[in-house]
Design a protein around this ligand. Structure first.
Ligand SMILES: NC(=O)C1=CN([C@@H]2O[C@H](COP(=O)(O)OP(=O)(O)OC[C@H]3O[C@@H](n4cnc5c(N)ncnc54)[C@H](OP(=O)(O)O)[C@@H]3O)[C@@H](O)[C@H]2O)C=CC1
Ligand SMILES: O=C1Nc2ccccc2C1=O
Length: 292
């Protein structure tokens, strides 16, 4: 059984572009966490994929970290996301993100939520946001966003998006919460069939995660002599999803990118965990968003 190794797996997206399987998440990572140094350190420790978003308020620091790392731009995969308030303002919001990141293109631009207004805006509409997506298509055609995709989409909203004749470029990913307590099995199967990758967010169960107290996760970690986080990240990669664990601690950054091949019996236990223990979603800002 191969042991822990720095994960250098790269997937080919449905538009031919390549994405490193393991990336660094940056939600709730701010200047107070020295996010610039965190990004720099991640890149110096082998990460080649950074996930940010306009709403995280850290694009400037992420850009500084990229620059400070000295890693050539073309070796780094950078994702950022359009915030809900900017669905009618895509170009300006995108240009603002580029400026803050000090980049002239991003590798992946996502619609953060299928919602055209803040979570607390009663007039905000949940939909497939296809008009917004058409603006992303233009950015892709101009080469300013090398790939485009969505986040927090249900199967129904994706089906609806793909049914518009003007939608000619498939999203390359749907970034959704995914971990052993929320395997998203149906959506996983639908996306796989349609050649759209899952990017698994909150793969460790986010802050104060129940997964770090889950007896099977702890047992599998102990049995294989690895960290619980490494079990969760390895599981995500083993089921062919992209995964973006967040940490602002160098020691965790370094260990989170080391994955291993889970023995079949352990992989199966994790595949069945939600069915046995019950599902647990950590991000639920607007429950109606996860119902079609
Ligand atoms: N598209 C979307 O709507 C969303 C996207 N995301 C993206 O996904 C990323 C990851 O999700 P996120 O919700 O941040 O949660 P994660 O599941 O990545 O968990 C992060 C938490 O786990 C801790 N942690 C990290 N590594 C370890 C470790 N080895 N052992 C123990 N604890 C650890 C972190 O603390 P510390 O930093 O102190 O190490 C932090 O509290 C986000 O940062 C963001 O980029 C997230 C939510 C929604
Ligand atoms: O990235 C995000 N993390 C979140 C957590 C709660 C609500 C929204 C979000 C995001 O958009």
């Amino acid at each position: 059984m191969p042991g822990l190794q720095d994960n250098t797996k790269v997937y080919t997206l449905n538009d031919g572009n390549k994405i490193p399987a393991v990336g660094l998440g940056t939600w709730r990572a701010t200047s107070e966490d020295n996010i610039k140094e965190v990004v720099e350190s991640a890149l110096k420790n082998g990460y080649r994929h950074i996930d940010t978003a306009a709403i995280y308020g850290n694009e400037e620091d992420v850009g500084e970290g990229i620059k400070a790392s000295g890693v050539p731009r073309e070796e780094i995969f950078v994702t950022t996301k359009l915030w809900n308030d900017d669905h009618k303002n895509v170009r300006a919001a995108f240009e603002e993100s580029l400026k803050k990141l000090q980049l002239d293109y991003v590798d992946l631009y996502l619609i953060h939520w299928p919602l055209d207004g803040s979570f607390d805006n009663k007039n905000a509409k949940i939909s497939d946001a296809y008009e917004t997506y058409l603006e992303l298509q233009k950015l892709k055609k101009e080469g300013k966003a090398k790939s485009i995709g969505v986040s927090n989409y249900t199967q129904g909203r994706l089906e609806s998006l793909l049914s518009h004749p003007e939608v000619t470029i498939k999203p390359v990913v749907n970034q959704i919460e995914a971990h052993p307590l929320l395997p998203q099995t149906e959506l996983y199967n639908y996306l796989k069939k349609n050649d759209i990758f899952i990017t698994a967010y909150s793969p460790l169960g986010s802050a104060d995660s129940p997964l770090f107290k889950e007896k099977n996760v702890l047992r599998i970690a102990e049995k294989n002599d690895v960290e619980p986080a490494q079990v969760l990240i390895s599981w995500a990669v083993q089921r062919d999803t992209i995964v973006i664990p967040k940490s602002v601690k160098t020691s965790r950054l370094v260990s989170n990118i080391k994955t291993f091949q889970l023995p079949d019996e352990d992989f199966e236990v994790l595949n069945e965990l939600a069915a046995v223990e019950g599902e647990k979603r950590t991000n639920d800002p607007l429950p109606a968003i996860f119902q079609d």
